[in-house]
Unconditional design. Structure first.
Length: 301
């Protein structure tokens, strides 16, 4: 089996490669069909997914069985000021990959986000795959358009929405908070935005299981359990033995201090209903996955 991973230098692309080399994750072995898979991992400048002709030619030349699209413009604030770049990476790129995959009969595993939803609190009920998207940011809007293009142009697709992702490589919230916590000082984190922290190891494990299935469709894949960014940070600092002081603040207070920041969802907790009904939901409680992340070396890789 031949796999093409786009966005290979990001935290999820790197984690997929690590599991394919190791043959397993903390959750168990990868699917048997992938243990001797041929893996082609690319990022810019090797492949610009926003260039349709380049993508079609590349995919036609290499003939992958599965394309795992981890490429995206994930800087939420940056998307507001660089909308053309956000559109190219988050919408046009998936459209090109979907068309190229469909031309050769390949499966496309496309990673999306909780930001496709409005972020309004719906009474504390996690959103399953039947919930209607209504993005409130440029990031969410471009990611939703990417989803729509994937549906339109590819017959064999998996759209997998995740949230609050952290991994061994690259920039992420856990790395930032662990770094700040190691120094004396005061850290303010919002306590009125709630969602699901997700370990890239858990997400990658499930993406590989989906990649060899025929259960096409839209999925949610996040850590189990809901918390606020403040509660998430408190656990990061506890596990790392931080010396910094942590204080809660509201979204309104944060917005006053950071007026150019994009609006973040107050409620973006997702339910992994489709996983449970198909390949199985092995996503760990977020506290367990976070503790194991640090026990296994965290950012040491």
């Amino acid at each position: 089996m031949k796999l093409l991973i786009t966005g290979a230098c990001g935290q999820l692309g790197a984690e997929l490669q690590r599991q394919l080399r190791a043959g397993a994750s903390a959750l168990g072995p990868i699917p048997e069909r992938l243990k001797n898979a041929s893996v082609l991992a690319v990022d810019l400048p090797q492949l610009d997914i926003a260039d349709r002709a380049e993508v079609v030619a590349f995919v036609r030349r290499h003939q992958p069985d599965v394309i795992l699209n981890c490429a995206a413009y994930t800087n939420v604030d940056g998307c507001e000021t660089n909308r053309e770049d956000a559109f190219k990476a988050n919408a046009l790129g998936p459209a090109n990959l979907a068309q190229a995959a469909d031309k050769i009969g390949a499966r496309l595993v496309h990673v999306s986000t909780d930001y496709v939803f409005s972020g309004e609190d719906n009474g504390g009920v996690p959103l399953d795959e039947t919930a209607l998207p209504a993005p409130r940011s440029a990031y969410g809007a471009t990611k939703l358009l990417g989803e729509e293009y994937v549906r339109q142009f590819c017959r064999r697709y998996f759209i997998v929405r995740t949230a609050w992702l952290y991994g061994r490589t690259g920039k992420n919230f856990v790395r930032t908070m662990a770094g700040l916590g190691a120094k004396p000082g005061r850290i303010e984190v919002v306590n009125d935005q709630r969602g699901n922290p997700t370990n890239a190891e858990d997400l990658a494990h499930h993406l590989l299981r989906l990649a060899v299935s025929h259960d096409y469709g839209v999925y949610h894949c996040t850590g189990e359990g809901v918390c606020s960014w403040y509660e998430f940070t408190r656990e990061i600092l506890r596990l790392t033995g931080a010396v910094a002081e942590l204080a809660p603040c509201t979204s309104a207070e944060y917005a006053q201090k950071h007026p150019s920041a994009a609006r973040r969802p107050a409620w973006s907790a997702l339910e992994n209903r489709m996983l449970a009904c198909t390949v199985g939901n092995q996503m760990r409680p977020w506290q367990t996955a976070l503790a194991q992340f640090f026990e296994s070396g965290g950012f040491a890789d």
